[in-house]
Design a protein around this ligand. Structure first.
Ligand SMILES: C[S@@+](CC[C@H](N)C(=O)[O-])C[C@H]1O[C@@H](n2cnc3c(N)ncnc32)[C@H](O)[C@@H]1O
Length: 263
């Protein structure tokens, strides 16, 4: 916990990103990856494969939305093309990523951005009314729309989590399950329309379903992800054992069905 606290303090991020909880979530993801590296390996490799195989042969300007820890991104492979330039967008760029991109000079650009447009409503003086009335939309400025290849990298189901938690901390009465569903749908729909307009070819990687297993490996439950799109063409799908036995509980494990779609 002390290490997580120190990492959190050292991670460069806006005070708003810190307040909403994005920095803590980024650090928690890094620690979870360390614990689950083996179980996650097939998923990481499936992401790398599909991102590389769908890359247009002439792609020079690549945009990755939800770059996070660069786990699912074949970053070095993409940069093997000397003409390739990559823009990484996330609300938090962790220290490990800042170190990793350092040697790439101006071929890699980091943009710190809230892609939902909701964060500003969740500041210290929270605007609960505008937030719960969904009066926000993804940013119109900050990115050009001339990318050859855009990858939305497993971000869509994450968009509503920290904002909803922030609402819950400020006004628990309004943070209902029903509102979470509405928020996730709204953010998901807006995200899909937003990324579609950012470039020539858009690859969306997102989870669509969760399956729970008991200790014997028997399936015990299934639940769809908070937002699922059927837009575009399904390229590939695979199971990600995101929570192996012992990670969330000693009594069950769960995996997610992940889809890669070209929008
Ligand atoms: C599951 S992680 C993606 C992991 C990443 N693709 C990787 O390869 O490491 C989801 C990412 O979405 C980012 N994120 C969540 N909400 C965001 C928002 N509103 N704007 C920008 N990024 C956001 C998180 O910071 C996190 O890095």
């Amino acid at each position: 916990l002390i290490i997580e606290w120190i990492t959190s303090r050292l991670t460069p991020a806006s005070s708003l990103a810190r307040l909403i909880g994005y920095v803590d979530s980024s650090i928690a993801l890094a620690h979870r990856y360390k614990r689950c590296k083996k179980a996650w390996a097939p998923h990481v490799s499936a992401c790398h494969d599909v991102i590389l195989s769908e890359r247009p042969s002439n792609a020079k300007n690549i945009l990755i939305v939800g770059s996070g820890l660069l786990l699912e991104i074949p970053f070095e492979e993409l940069l093997q093309d000397p003409a390739c330039r990559i823009t990484l967008v996330d609300v938090v760029h962790p220290i490990s990523v800042r170190k990793r991109v350092r040697d790439s000079g101006d071929r890699v650009q980091l943009i710190e951005m809230d892609v939902t447009g909701s964060a500003k409503l969740l500041a210290k003086k929270i605007n609960v009314t505008q937030f719960t009335q969904l009066k926000f939309s993804p940013p119109l400025k900050g990115l050009n729309n001339t990318y050859d290849y855009v990858v939305s990298a497993n971000i869509i189901s994450q968009l509503s989590l920290d904002p909803f938690e922030r609402l819950r901390r400020c006004n628990s009465r309004l943070a209902t399950d029903e509102f979470f569903a509405v928020l996730s749908q709204h953010m998901g729909r807006q995200h899909v329309e937003w990324v579609k307009n950012l470039g020539q070819k858009v690859l969306l990687i997102s989870d669509v379903n969760r399956t729970y297993y008991d200790r014997t490996g028997q399936e015990i439950d299934q639940t769809p992800s908070a937002y699922v799109t059927r837009d575009g063409k399904l390229i590939k799908s695979w199971n990600w054992l995101i929570s192996p036995m012992g990670e969330t509980s000693k009594d069950f494990s769960y995996s997610m069905l992940v889809e890669a779609r070209v929008l």
